[in-house]
Design a protein around this ligand. Structure first.
Ligand code: SF4
Ligand code: SF4
Ligand code: SF4
Length: 255
């Protein structure tokens, strides 16, 4: 669980976003991620979803409007840095996913064993894998914020649609500004990526009441301690995968 006192967060306000995707480019640049070959599938959204080499994307939501021909809601999708993180709960490899001092959920690819259990344990379908089968995702730029810099995506955003700072302060300011919903204030113990919405979360394509699968909680509470004592991470991971979740589901990614 994150320490509330030091907890940092990114606040996303979709109505301020112009869909320029500067945040996507900045993330790739800072993290030295390769380009992804994609196909035009009739939308400006590109790539279509998170990928091993895409830690954040802008979702282009077109919603009904009485005032304009088109109402665009550009919603940043990335790791939510959950306080109660399903990925950390299920991960059988010590230190592969870990909590930073600022409350982010970061990863150590050298410790990842490539079991992919975190994919199914994440309520937001976030973790992806690189070409060497190691977990990848947004890490809240822990390397930048530890050096007193803003996350690369936030620093680049030209409109203030992404803001970084003290989590409690960001929430307090957004409430004073009169937003209808602060998504992530309480969900899963409180998210580290929070959203200020003028309408219902479902209009922005957000999951309502995200929860960690019960099988993950069962594994975390009863079986994971056994794996640490004797089975070893890889064997335990393989066993629990079939007992609790089922076979791996591979994502289609062209990198
Ligand atoms: S959004 Fe998913 S990957 Fe990110 S911290 Fe939460 S459970 Fe883990
Ligand atoms: S916080 Fe850093 S790693 Fe996360 S999306 Fe922004 S630039 Fe990428
Ligand atoms: S950089 Fe800012 S304005 Fe541009 S797409 Fe990203 S969040 Fe939106």
């Amino acid at each position: 669980m994150a320490n509330d006192k030091n907890r940092k967060a990114i606040l996303v306000t979709p109505e301020d976003c112009i869909g320029c995707r500067g945040c996507q480019v900045a993330c790739k640049s800072w993290n030295q991620l390769p380009g992804i070959k994609t196909k035009n599938n009739g939308t400006y959204q590109n790539p279509p979803d998170l990928a091993g080499a895409a830690f954040n994307i802008i979702r282009y939501n077109e919603v009904p409007s009485t005032e304009n021909p088109v109402r665009w809601l550009f919603v940043s999708r990335r790791c939510m840095h959950c306080d109660d993180a399903g990925c950390m709960k299920i991960c059988p490899a010590p230190g592969a996913l870990y909590r930073t001092a600022e409350g982010a959920v970061a990863f150590d690819r050298d410790k990842c064993i490539g079991c992919k259990l975190c994919v199914n344990a994440c309520p937001f379908d976030v973790p992806r894998y690189d070409a060497e089968n190691k977990v990848t995702k947004c890490h809240l730029c822990f390397d930048r914020i530890g050096a007193a810099m803003q996350p690369a995506c936030v620093k680049t955003c030209p409109t203030g649609a992404l803001k970084f700072g003290d989590r409690a302060e960001l929430i307090g300011t957004a409430k004073k500004q009169g937003f209808k919903t602060i998504y992530g204030e309480q969900d899963l113990g409180g998210l580290g990526t929070i959203y200020a919405f003028k309408d219902e979360p479902k209009l922005y394509g957000m999951k309502e009441n995200p929860t960690i699968p019960y099988s993950v909680i069962f594994w975390h509470t009863y079986l994971k301690p056994l794996s640490v004592i004797g089975l070893g991470g890889v064997v335990a991971a393989a066993a629990i995968h079939y007992l609790a979740i089922g076979p791996h589901k591979e994502k289609d990614e062209e990198v």
